[in-house]
Ligand binder design. Structure first.
Ligand SMILES: [Zn+2]
Ligand SMILES: [Zn+2]
Length: 284
């Protein structure tokens, strides 16, 4: 491993993975795999850092590093092994408070934004000579996150600008939005068919960083579903209408763009009057 660089990994865990996270009193196979994976990442090097955020119901909660502790006071590995029991307890509390299933999708895009803020803060705190490799891993069972399409896209382009790779490990159905995110930021989006094999996939595909990853024989990247979501219904569309001014996408033709209020001229159609917008008067 290249000793001159540090590796910072942020994991967003979508707890709508439901029963797989907690199974009665036992920790479910998914959470088990995530905890082992976190340990493996932190054990690989003493300088490796970790951030674990849980997207549950309508909130995102950072579970690691714990707020009270100074993240740099001690190695993340020791801190994580001490916090493991606490992380599991907090997750179970969250599950009991709001049982999964009552909400269709957790605010994962916001969780991603939160992780980018964390990574950005850590990178500012590091001395400039340290080469910090940054990565975000999303673990979710929700293939369809089209409702948060715009938020996801904003986060992906921010990540691309900050040179942060976004990886996604999707259990169950494929996710077009996360595939796009991985493609934009140079990460990997992998669908794992079973929760049981999750740890193997995590250790094989998602443990190696940057240059190490390029040396591996990885699964073939999926054909990216590059459909965009319309601004009116947040549904993925193959063919749609695009506003020529602000590039908003609509699945149905509308004479006025709902984003920038531009009125489109169409032959043979009586047009509604444009909405008047207040403009600041300049005394010229
Ligand atoms: Zn629409
Ligand atoms: Zn427009």
């Amino acid at each position: 491993m290249d000793d001159s660089s540090e590796h910072l990994l942020a994991i967003i865990l979508d707890t709508n993975l439901t029963s797989v996270v907690a199974n009665g009193d036992e920790v479910g196979p998914v959470l088990d795999a995530i905890l082992v994976f976190c340990n493996a990442h932190l054990m690989a090097s003493t300088s490796n850092m970790l951030c674990l955020i849980v997207a549950h119901a309508d909130q995102n909660r950072p579970l690691f590093p714990p707020e009270a502790e100074d993240a740099h006071a001690q190695g993340h590995y020791e801190l994580f092994s001490q916090s493991c029991a606490d992380i599991v307890r907090q997750l179970k509390d969250m599950m009991e408070e709001t049982p999964p299933g009552s909400h269709t999708s957790a605010p994962m895009a916001a969780g991603l934004a939160m992780s980018l803020c964390f990574i950005n803060r850590i990178s500012r705190e590091r001395p400039p000579q340290v080469r910090l490799q940054k990565r975000v891993l999303v673990v979710t069972a929700h293939g369809t996150v089209a409702a948060q399409y715009m938020d996801f896209m904003n986060v992906f382009f921010t990540a691309q600008k900050l040179a942060i790779q976004v990886d996604a490990c999707v259990l169950g159905q494929e996710s077009g939005v996360l595939q796009q995110g991985a493609d934009i930021t140079g990460g990997i989006c992998l669908r794992t068919p079973h929760a049981r094999g999750l740890l193997q996939y995590l250790l094989w595909v998602f443990l190696p960083f940057g240059e190490q990853r390029q040396k591996l024989a990885l699964p073939e990247p999926p054909v990216v579903d590059y459909r965009a979501a319309c601004f009116c219904h947040r549904q993925l569309v193959s063919v749609g209408f695009v506003c020529s001014v602000c590039l908003s996408i609509f699945c149905k033709f509308a004479p006025i763009c709902s984003t920038c209020h531009t009125v489109f001229k169409v032959k043979g159609m009586s047009l509604p009057k444009p909405t008047k917008r207040k403009r600041a008067k300049h005394g010229l």
